[in-house]
Ligand binder design. Structure first.
Ligand code: XBP
Ligand code: MG
Length: 257
């Protein structure tokens, strides 16, 4: 039986519900600062989320929603500058008003650390965003909880490509059968699956509830807390209504048989 050694966490939508009230607001503030009349409503943003990566998302928006936009000669530089401004707004939003972690995330991270499980991040988002969320919503030293923080442009292709998961496992010197991925979206599940991970736990959110999570081992509405049990939407039942260490082992065993 494959021994579970490491938990690899996606960030946006998984550790916290960062998209609608975090990233989306930061994008709109950067657009306003640049004098652009681009307003990403929650609905438009939900559609744009099919493309991972903020710079890639801006380019996708122009192609799909603003084909008439007279792009500057160096569009890459224009997008990069806009995205850097957005990242600045996101950092400030994580500081004030801040954004809470999803239910059960801090509980599970602390339990896993205390039990000696290795922790890593595997995310499409910009590294500075991971720092801002972890420091403000978890612990000022929380980055040190993670052996590897694999984020953003560190790899050539973003999710659904498997690159970010392969990079994280390579840095940890671990094979897929000793790792479990925590995700929120079909892009993330596809990335984990194509990196060879079979042990995949999904917690859905309002943007991803209707995604196709076929390859996931278990799909939940949240990780669960004693006062608010998790609901299993797909996969084996949880004994205690929350994802705790025994549940992680059962899920991993279910995935690897
Ligand atoms: C989510 C993403 C990111 C964020 C925006 O990443 O696709 O692009 O939406 O962050 P994940 P950036 O779910 O893998 O954590 O603007 O920094 O890309
Ligand atoms: Mg995500």
């Amino acid at each position: 039986m494959a021994q579970l050694e490491a938990l690899l966490f996606d960030v946006d939508g998984t550790l916290a519900d960062t998209e609608r009230d975090g990233h989306r607001v930061a994008f709109n503030r950067a657009f306003a600062d640049a004098g652009l009349d681009w307003e990403w409503t929650p609905e438009i943003y939900g559609d744009l989320l099919e493309v991972t990566g903020g710079k890639e998302r801006i380019r996708h928006f122009l192609e799909k929603y603003r084909p008439e936009f007279e792009a500057p000669a160096d569009l890459d530089a224009f997008i990069a500058e806009l995205h850097a401004a957005k990242t600045g707004h996101y950092k400030r939003l994580m500081e004030d008003p801040g954004l809470p972690l999803r239910p059960g995330v801090e509980r599970l991270l602390r339990e896993a650390r205390d039990a000696g499980l290795r922790l890593a991040i595997a995310t499409t988002t910009t590294p500075a965003n991971v720092t801002a969320l972890l420091r403000n919503s978890l612990d000022p030293e929380a980055e040190e909880w993670f052996e590897v923080i694999a984020a953003g442009d560190i790899v050539p292709a973003k999710k659904p490509a498997p690159d970010i998961y392969l990079w994280a496992m390579e840095r940890m010197g671990l094979p897929p059968e000793r790792c479990m991925a925590f995700e929120d979206s079909e892009n993330g599940v596809a990335a984990a699956r194509d990196a060879g991970l079979r042990s995949i736990l999904v917690t859905v959110n309002d943007y991803t509830r209707d995604h196709d999570f076929g390859p996931a081992t278990v799909v939940l509405d949240q990780l669960g807390m004693p006062e608010s049990p998790a609901r299993v939407l797909q996969g084996p039942p949880l004994v205690k209504g929350q994802v705790d260490l025994p549940a992680l082992k059962a899920i991993h065993d279910h995935a690897w048989g």
